[in-house]
Design a protein around this ligand. Sequence first.
Ligand SMILES: C[S@@+](CC[C@H](N)C(=O)[O-])C[C@H]1O[C@@H](n2cnc3c(N)ncnc32)[C@H](O)[C@@H]1O
Length: 335
Amino acid sequence: MTGGLAARLARRIERDGPVSLAEFMALNNAAYYAGGDPFGRGGDFITAPEVSQMFGEIVGLWCVDAWERMERPAEFRLVELGPGRGVLMADALRAARLEPAFRPEVHLVETSPALRSLQRAQGFDAVWHDRPDTIPDGPSIWLANEFFDALPVRQFVRIGGSWHERLVDLGGDGLRFVAGPALRHAGAGGDGDVTEVCPAAGGIAAVLAARPGYGLAIDYGYVEPPGRPTVQAVSGHGRVDPLSRPGEADMSAHVDFAALMRAGREAGAAVWGPAPQGEWLRRLGIEARAARLGGQEEALARLTGGDAMGRLFRVLAFGPAGAPAPAGFLDGEGG
Ligand SMILES: C[S@@+](CC[C@H](N)C(=O)[O-])C[C@H]1O[C@@H](n2cnc3c(N)ncnc32)[C@H](O)[C@@H]1O
């Protein structure tokens, strides 16, 4: 094990015993995102806004349409969670200039100081927050692309007829996974099953869904639990062992869309989707935009293709209860 986080974790585990996978993931990602710029071909991974400007432009026009449905408030907030380098917001704001009356107050939820600097360098005015609950009340449109997948998950493994939380302990010359004590109130399941829970995601979705207006959560994930572990660590565009270099790889987990939908509905919102990203982008005219821009064949395939982000990623919308489906969603697709 190398690095400052590895040493801190070792001291902590020696003193207090093993930490949960969720604690490990939270510490890992805080250190990882504080470390600088992981995006793009030279970095660790590429997100949809980094593939092509078309993604942010379409999201920006979706926001203008949502604002029209909100009856064009003069004062409103445009919120983004986990904005990365700020590319999505920059492209969205540029596309939204087609409607001069769309003048949002921009709020960004970002914990990494290094990424905040990159977002500031995009040149648009914004207010930064560590958490969404400090954003002032009022009509809002919020966006979260690959944000929920970065939140820490707890993992439970079924062994010998009971569930055990997966913990991280010291072992040999590094870290290793161990099973915690058997949980007393064990639900059903077969030996070897794994289930994941992301306590932070539901809480954040509830805070966002309670705001008047619309929102979009775009991520890879499931509605039916897959029954297997989905936590992964990525570095240099490939998968790595999450325990080998704490704080040096991006850790993520598939998003439980059913939990986000439940949290949204319990907060009084309607939800639509999750629609496959490719279909959603096509319904909103990405092919016409690609033809107009030219040279976008590879990006279009990547964003919409069934074997690429187009099916793996899904789009979930939040909006006022009783409202018709927002742009890109079909009536009856949630609601
Ligand atoms: C995978 S990146 C997505 C970046 C961007 N949305 C994009 O599509 O390019 C995750 C983002 O969420 C931020 N983040 C991760 N955990 C967070 C947390 N608990 N609170 C606020 N921001 C967080 C990271 O710093 C980063 O900006």
